[in-house]
Ligand binder design. Sequence first.
Ligand code: FE2
Length: 305
Amino acid sequence: MKSNTRTRTRYSGPIAEAAVHAHSLVEQGFASDEALAAVLDRYPAELFDINLYDYDDEGQVSLRTGARGRLNGAELLAAIQQGRLWVNLRSVETGWPELWAAAMDQYRGVQDAYPGLRAVKNAGQLILSSPRARVPYHFDAAGVVLFHMRGRKRIFVYPGDEAHLAEIDMEQVVSRQTTEELPYVRAFEADAQIIDLEPGQALTWPIYAPHRVENLDRFCVSLSMDFQTWPSRFRNGALFTNAVLRSRGGRPRMTDRMATPELAARWAASLALKRAGILKSRIATFERDFEPQTGVVDGAGAVRP
Ligand SMILES: [Fe+2]
């Protein structure tokens, strides 16, 4: 392992830095207005996340959440294209199996570029976002390949070290005590790797690396595929177990200092702890703040009872 890899991220897996790969999902027709309006029409409402993020001058974020509402697919698409919304269609593997099969085919090409990388589970979300939408600083407890299909996006990828991604914050996210947003300060910008993504490009980055996204003035469509490897599974399980220990006043060792057998043991413990329901998720079902609407500010109309 290169020494700078160690300092740039706490667990990279075989992916040492953010890198762009080619994909063919656009040519296969998955990003056209017609295809998107049709999928919005039939996608199960419970698999929708609709968010609107507001930022202050320091880059601190606040979130409003939307309900699926009553717009048909074409109207919802128009609301996203005109507004300031971020719409996430979860579980593409069940919601749009044709796209998923094509994306898995493309994923295998990306994986082949990293000797030793082997996903044991993949899942996907289709993200439709407004021209000026931004996604705040966060990390995913998984590897990610972002298949970009429409518009232009600027991705900022940061080192996954303790300064940028404190392990105690990782525990909170992995144990669902908080959503994925992380403490962020402007000074992090000096450490970012910045990539502008065009349709037909897929971006991957070191597992766990924190990142944020800015759309570059165009309606954007991307398939975000996340994947677990055995090492990431062990690490997530160990983080969960540590979160439980910490919630009971313990002071667990950092997972960074654990070798595979100890990580595996803590992963096994996490399965039992999850089964026992020891730590309740604090991400409860929250109130919805708006419904998508065309012709209104940000594309966000009032929630109708
Ligand atoms: Fe992400």
